[in-house]
Design a protein around this ligand. Structure first.
Ligand code: SF4
Length: 737
């Protein structure tokens, strides 16, 4: 019997923004266990079940190990050579016969957790000359990028709350206990939030549901879904009335206050209470607490981002933090620096600052990507630039995008659909080619762009990891695949022959099924990135297996690091002022719909987006489905009991699923977890779950998205709820065979 070496290696998780330090025990090339790294300098032994069980997801028998080709309903294994030659020749033909924009790409969240993957994916699209990039950010966070571009001059300038020192934190539409923080890397949300309360600080939660986070401590106020904007406007109204604006500070560092104030003064708390449900007296106490605190911040996440008017709401939030002097101060919000001054670098090199308009609907691009909500339109609308070929990289749009039923129909029209993934998701199942990729644990890496280039971390640090195990088939890293796709498509990465040839020259040729293909020197590339940014190299960083501290945050953003033309924060960007012109109309619509149900999303700790449903332990009974949650009062009014089957109908579609009573929800608010509905995938465990895809209820198309940011409306959707025939034990409702 062969004895394999047992090793303990240090790395970090790349599933969510916490990037928990992990200790991984391997025997030969097999992962035996994953445990939290207690000595990690930032995460200090914090981790969650998803990160600790991720190796089971990756070792699934469903894993894509070889390039695969679909003809009709039949999949067959092919060589890398065949896959690349066939895809390359189709790319050439479509580009030559139609237009470079006839080739599109969708980049999913998983791609963003690697450093090289998104860079090389963009390099491939630039090589093609196509502007048709789409990304998952228009599902959950593009409003923040769009607003930051307008206010701070760069999309990635994202102030975050200084949780260590804050004296008053108001969390709006966020649930860090389950989803962790977003646009901020901080472990152990429970400990951080409890410590605010323990040191006498104020903690508020504004949410349509009393979330797991709200139960930790502080005060929770219910808000009607989709009315956050009116809450923020009244908050600012009250700040102004109480003379809470630091006028000299605003005059020195900001412009546009008068125009902003003119809008806010139209929305007193007494007026907006009609739609938000927040009593004016309670809002005023909260404003008092905020203004009297020695450091305060409003913080929001997906509940605001994905709802109606996410851009306007985030804009007003940022303005409140700014005009009260809480932006760029310890205990308020901080704007950190990564390993370079990325906004300065981006502005200088015109990186991520272009805005172009889409062919269909004239929708703006944000961060060089168009709204996912118009992808189906771009495929279905005739024309030379109609998308005929689509690359999907690290994402599963058929579950995560709005109106995914329509998107599925659109995908059937494609001449070429190529998916780069690790598992046969529902998107992969529709692809013509599936290209097998490495998992996070099979590649070297640095922390992704937010901590690395922007320092969005409670405690700034840097860490490097080697690949922990090697792929057991012909899986390749995405950067190498895109380099090779360029070669076979007759184009050069980033349109640069020099870059293409240099990278090919430095790549090691590896044997994949009898043919040699380049594997880029990933560690060498990461090393180069570190060196160019003035850091010590990758190998040096590996000597700090639990991370190495970087200099602490500073309060120098307003005085020294603004990149707007006049070096001031723009409190009244034209596009947002223009969008606020229809506030009264939105308000009247909310008044008219006050008695209708609104649907919000919800997440469980073991299910992350659409990624983790293929592991039995995460989805076994009773968690084999998602449920519609509803308060007992609303259920009583509708004559419903726990476990009843219900139909949830939006303007777009309907789903049928069992309901459960949840008295954490506010009135006329129902919740349905997203990421489910895998019955059309090749995932053997996930496809046996009964959950439904909530995103088929969301609308798509240019008229249905936020014009500022391209965000789809994925929470706060108006729905009707009716009792359906049958029981939850009867599988027929779920689309299962
Ligand atoms: S919280 Fe969980 S999923 Fe997120 S990085 Fe840590 S272990 Fe990974």
């Amino acid at each position: 019997m062969i004895q394999h070496e047992i090793r303990v290696q240090h790395t970090f998780c790349r599933i969510c923004e916490v990037l928990c330090g992990l200790e991984i025990t391997t025997e030969g090339n097999e992962i035996i266990s994953v445990t939290p790294d207690r000595r990690h300098i930032a995460t200090k032994g914090f981790a969650c079940p998803k990160g600790l069980k991720q190796h089971h997801l990756y070792s699934s028998p469903d894993r894509i190990k070889y390039p695969m080709k679909r003809e009709g309903s039949e999949w067959s294994r092919i060589s890398w050579k065949q896959a690349l030659e066939e895809i390359g020749s189709k790319v050439r033909r479509i580009r030559d016969d139609f237009h470079p924009n006839a080739i599109g790409m969708y980049v999913g969240t998983a791609a963003g957790f690697s450093v090289l993957h998104p860079v090389f994916a963009q390099g491939f699209m630039t090589a093609i000359g196509s502007a048709n990039m789409f990304s998952s950010s228009t599902q959950d966070c593009s409003n923040k990028f769009a607003v930051a571009s307008e206010m701070y001059g760069f999309p990635f300038t994202q102030p975050f709350p200084d949780l260590q020192r804050i004296a008053c934190l108001i969390i709006v539409g966020a649930n860090p206990m389950i989803s962790k923080w977003s646009f901020l890397q901080v472990p152990n949300p429970k400990e951080k939030l409890q410590s605010i309360v323990e040191r006498g600080g104020k903690l508020y939660h504004i949410d349509p549901r009393k979330t797991e986070t709200a139960k930790i401590g502080g005060e929770h106020l219910f808000i009607r879904p989709g009315t956050d904007l009116f809450f923020y406007l009244s908050f600012l109204n009250e700040v102004i009335k109480r003379d809470g604006v630091k006028k000299a500070h605003v005059a020195r560092y900001m412009t546009g206050f008068e125009a902003l104030a003119a809008i806010a003064m139209e929305w007193p708390a007494e007026k907006t209470a009609q739609v938000t449900g927040i009593e004016p007296a309670r809002l005023k106490i909260m404003v008092s607490d905020y203004l009297s605190a020695n450091g305060a911040a409003l913080y929001c996440s997906t509940g605001v981002n994905m709802g109606s008017h996410g851009s306007l709401a985030f804009w007003i939030q940022e303005c409140i933090n700014a005009v009260t002097g809480n932006l760029d101060r310890f205990g308020g919000t901080l704007v950190s620096k990564g390993i370079i001054d990325f906004p300065k670098f981006g502005k200088k090199n015109n990186l991520l600052t272009r805005t172009v308009l889409s062919r269909v609907g004239n929708c703006r691009s944000v961060n060089d990507a168009f709204p996912g909500g118009i992808l189906a339109d771009e495929i279905l609308t005739p024309g030379k630039e109609k998308i005929r070929a689509l690359f999907v990289t690290g994402g599963n749009p058929l579950i995560t995008m709005p109106d995914s039923g329509r998107l599925r129909d659109a995908f059937k029209e494609l001449d070429l659909l190529v998916a780069l993934d690790i598992l046969p998701t529902e998107t992969v199942s529709m692809a013509h080619y599936a290209l097998p990729c490495t998992t996070p644990l099979e590649r070297p890496d640095l922390p992704f762009i937010f901590p690395l280039m922007l320092g969005l971390q409670g405690q700034p640090y840097l860490q490097a990891t080697r690949a922990i195990v090697q792929p057991d088939g012909e899986q390749r890293d995405e950067a190498s695949i895109y380099l090779d796709l360029c070669r076979h498509s007759g184009i050069d990465l980033f349109g640069s022959g020099f870059a293409q040839h240099l990278l090919q020259w430095f790549s090691k040729n590896r044997n994949y099924g009898g043919c040699k293909h380049p594997e880029i020197p990933q560690e060498g590339m990461l090393n180069l990135l570190l060196r160019v940014c003035g850091q010590s190299g990758f190998t040096t960083l590996l000597k700090y297996p639990q991370g190495r501290l970087r200099p602490p945050h500073k309060e120098n953003f307003l005085a020294k690091r603004m990149v707007t033309t006049d070096k001031k924060v723009n409190l009244a960007p034209g596009i947002l002022i223009e969008a606020s012109g229809s506030l009264e109309q939105h308000f009247q619509k909310e008044v008219a719909d006050a008695n209708r149900f609104k649907l919000i999303t919800k997440r469980a700790v073991k299910t992350h987006n659409s990624w983790t449903h293929n592991f039995k332990e995460f989805v076994r009974e009773p968690d084999h489905t998602n449920y519609l949650y509803m308060s007992s009062t609303d259920a009583f009014d509708l004559g419903l009991c726990d476990g009843d089957l219900v139909d949830v109908t939006s303007e777009t579609a309907a789903v049928r699923l069992p309901m459960q009573i949840c008295d954490d929800l506010g009135p006329k608010t129902v919740a349905l977890p997203h990421g489910w509905g895998h019955q059309h995938s090749g995932l053997k465990v996930a496809r046996r779950t009964k959950g439904v895809n909530v995103n088929i209820l969301a609308a798509s198309g240019p008229s249905k998205i936020d014009r500022v940011s391209g965000m789809a409306l994925l929470t706060g959707i108006l729905v009707n709820i009716t009792k359906a025939d049958g029981s939850q034990d009867d599988h027929s409702w779920s689309g299962l065979p």
